[in-house]
Write a protein that binds this ligand. Structure first.
Ligand SMILES: [Zn+2]
Ligand SMILES: [Zn+2]
Length: 386
């Protein structure tokens, strides 16, 4: 354990702003922060058993011919964690895992390093032995969890969007805090998520945030302000903690650096619930209003990470996941300048063909007038800098 008498005192990588009192919002189910809901008409209140059954049965017996070709539809690149000299560099580590490296300030060797939603386990689920789906593409920075973590640059902050297994993985978190036992990173979490990492992450390095709450990070390597942003989603680790922890995304603004610096990691989100397998824009349907608010409060966003996969069956999943046609509308609502697609190409979580999201993204871009340069997929292990 990091605090045993045999190990030196841990020196945190960063200092964090004090804990704040969380006040009940429209997305709280009651007066205590341990149950949440999506407070907008764009989310269906409850997903019916009929829709859940449709989702399950429509996928049964489905073949995945794309897997036979070695997944050539997921481009790959050698990871390169060399820090940038200016601005921000991001590296896609599969599914929703993204490393952000800031350029150094004040003669330092490197700037702040932030890791979003690291999951390096083979399966995204409660057990590595059965049940949950296995990866169909490898972790780009190592063959095992330990190796993948060992190859990462030192981390200052680990930020988690929500507690689903494809976003919060205990073996990966354990490996990170074991590797950096002497210099542990801070961990930023949504409300009521600390319970899942207790005993692994030192308590004083954890901060929980409600929607719109800010957490300031200061260090010799630079300062940053994190804002936890709303999303239309859900959480659960077990059958007994549905919606007990909050869901959302993280916006990061740096204070000291010059140039393009506002990064927004959307997490998992839906945009506009639909009843049919439709990918058309229908202006009469309500959309999640949070994104325009994110744009007006925090935009323009220099670099966004937007989910494009796990969207079919639409009648079941559109409440909680974006199809590419939703993601391009989120791009516009938040006033993004550039976005990288995440949440695809890693696990088979839904019923669309696993090679489909990039094709749908190209079509969706055309529909709303975005260019490939503005919003595209990234190679697995590849980097995008702004
Ligand atoms: Zn999720
Ligand atoms: Zn997810």
């Amino acid at each position: 354990m990091w605090y045993s008498n045999d190990t030196p005192v841990a020196i945190p990588q960063v200092a964090l702003s004090a804990e704040v009192e969380h006040l009940q919002g429209a997305h709280w189910k009651a007066s205590t922060p341990d149950g949440f809901k999506n407070p907008w008409p764009s989310a269906k209140a409850e997903q019916s058993f009929v829709e859940a059954a449709k989702f399950v049965w429509s996928g049964v017996g489905k073949k995945r011919p794309e897997l036979a070709d070695g997944c050539t539809f997921v481009p790959r690149a050698e990871v390169d964690f060399t820090p940038p000299t200016v601005g921000v560099k991001s590296t896609w580590l599969g599914h929703a895992a993204v490393l952000i490296q800031y350029a150094p300030v004040d003669g330092q060797e490197r700037g702040l390093n932030i890791l979003f939603d690291p999951v390096f386990s083979d399966r995204c689920g409660p057990s590595q032995w059965f049940g949950a789906p296995r990866r169909f593409t490898p972790v780009p920075c190592g063959a095992t969890v330990t190796e993948a973590v060992a190859n990462l640059p030192p981390l200052d902050i680990v930020a988690i969007s929500h507690n689903h297994y494809d976003h919060l993985d205990i073996p990966t978190i354990k490996a990170i805090y074991a590797k950096q036992a002497g210099t542990p990173p801070a961990m930023l979490l949504p409300l009521n998520t600390t319970r899942i990492v207790r005993g692994i992450v030192p308590d004083e390095l954890v901060r929980e945030a409600d929607w719109w709450e800010e957490i300031s990070v200061t260090s010799d390597r630079g300062d940053a302000q994190f804002t936890y942003t709303p999303a239309q989603h859900m959480t659960a680790r077990t059958a007994f903690d549905m919606a007990a922890s909050l869901w959302g995304g993280w916006c990061v603004k740096t204070k000291r650096e010059v140039g393009a610096q506002t990064v927004w990691f959307a997490g998992d989100t839906g945009y506009s619930a639909v009843d049919a397998e439709t990918y058309e824009i229908d202006d009469s349907r309500p959309v999640c209003p949070a994104f325009k608010e994110i744009g007006s409060r925090l935009g323009p966003i220099d670099l966004a990470f937007l989910p494009i996969g796990a969207y079919s069956t639409r009648s079941f999943l559109s409440t909680v996941h974006c199809a590419p046609i939703d993601a391009v509308r989120v791009f516009k609502d938040v006033n993004a300048r550039k976005a990288v697609a995440i949440h695809w190409g890693t696990w088979d979580l839904s019923n669309e063909p696993i090679s489909e999201p990039p094709r749908m993204l190209a079509e969706a871009r055309d529909k709303v007038g975005l260019t490939k340069d503005e919003f595209d997929i990234c190679a697995l292990g590849g980097s995008v800098s702004v």
